[in-house]
Design a protein around this ligand. Structure first.
Ligand code: KG4
Ligand code: ZN
Length: 340
């Protein structure tokens, strides 16, 4: 990669966060996210409302990203946007905005796969963060996905394991709902888990062959357990909340680490990265660190602001594709089920 001066705007709108980011070469100049608080009242993302909120947020968010980066839109070399996977109504807002902006500025348009974004966020230039060498294993854990991906190059990725039902983030969020916690519950379970005993309660891990995951059984097991205990003691949840959270988190992390161990053994790859909203979890971060000692892994954990949905990860993919002149046509369509 020669010396250059490339500015790319990244736009992310696949779910309920409207985000924009400017990257200068490999370095992030701005990373703006507007969270949609409106979904909290419903205990989950309401697609119609998400789409409408994106429409309201996208112009101010992009404006803010350019302002923070101290550049004007005429300085941009390309516009990268999330093409999928995600909610169709949400994707359409970012896609059509990116198209018209690129068209208006007469600069290239770059389509980005959201899941590749979560993985390639590790290639953002950031002090104190090393970039994984190829090949490495990436476990993407979020509210919508749970995958183990073999990464042989930036755009040479193979999914070698994934969930057959719920995503791991849903396991956090739905357990939280049973416990009466707000949405999304992952961060609060994480916080409470630090104060509780991870061995207080025992939840059986699902038995799924190979590198695939399953989380729907765990969700049901937790629901029945809570129903059973609260029948005997109506104050069970409030009296044991931290221990319950710690035990749930401990079980989930055990499931994730077991599969990573198997994936590492099967592939012989010991460079392991995580990404996605659940990679913000302090327990999984610690478990990965422990894996360095226990299994000889070298691990890569993203900076917090690049874990949950953000546009910096879209901008870095945009930059990497720009270097390969891998551009999209104006007629490119959003794709809710886009595969890696
Ligand atoms: O990547 P993301 O922002 O959106 C999707 O693409 O799904 O991930 C959101 C998910 C939610 O399920 C949320 O509960 C979870 O990430 N999450 C966490 C933590 N922070 C966010 N789960 C566990 N511990 C956390 N600290
Ligand atoms: Zn995501």
């Amino acid at each position: 990669m020669g010396k250059q001066n490339i500015y790319i705007l990244g736009i992310e709108s696949s779910c309920d966060d409207t985000a924009a980011s400017v990257i200068h070469n490999g370095r992030i100049l701005s990373n703006i996210v507007a969270n949609q608080k409106i979904h909290e009242a419903y205990g989950g993302v309401v697609p119609e409302l998400a789409s409408r909120a994106h429409q309201q947020n996208i112009v101010p968010v992009v404006h803010e990203a350019l302002k923070k980066a101290q550049i004007s839109k005429e300085d941009l070399h390309a516009i990268a946007f999330t093409r999928g996977p995600g909610l169709m109504g949400s994707l359409l807002v970012g896609t059509s905005f990116a198209k018209s902006m690129a068209y208006g500025l007469n600069i290239p348009l770059i389509d980005v796969n959201h899941m590749q974004g979560h993985i390639l966020a590790h290639f953002i230039d950031e002090e104190g963060y090393n970039k994984p060498p190829f090949p490495f294993l990436a476990m993407t854990i979020s509210g919508g996905h749970t995958q183990i991906v073999r990464v042989d190059n930036y755009f040479d990725m193979t999914v070698i394991g994934e969930t057959i039902d719920d995503a791991v983030g849903e396991a956090f969020d739905k357990s939280g709902k049973v416990l009466g916690l707000g949405y999304p519950a992952g961060p609060e379970i994480d916080k409470r888990a630090k104060l509780g005993n991870p061995k207080a309660f025992n939840f059986t891990k699902p038995k799924v062959d190979g590198l695939n995951f399953s989380f729907s059984g765990l969700k049901t097991a937790i629901l029945y357990f809570i129903q059973h205990e609260t029948k005997a003691n109506t104050h069970f949840i409030e009296e044991n909340l931290n221990d319950i959270c710690a035990s749930i988190q401990h079980t989930i992390i055990g499931i994730l680490i077991d599969k990573l161990k198997l994936a590492s053994k099967q592939t012989g790859i010991k460079h392991i990265a995580i990404g996605g909203g659940v990679s913000a979890n302090s327990g999984i971060r610690q478990a990965l660190k422990d894996g360095e000692q226990k299994f000889g892994w070298t691990t890569y954990v993203p900076k917090f602001e690049f874990t949950t949905d953000n546009a910096a990860m879209i901008a870095i993919v945009g930059y990497l594709k720009y270097l390969e002149a891998d551009f999209a046509e104006q007629h490119v369509a959003a794709s809710a089920r886009l595969k890696i």
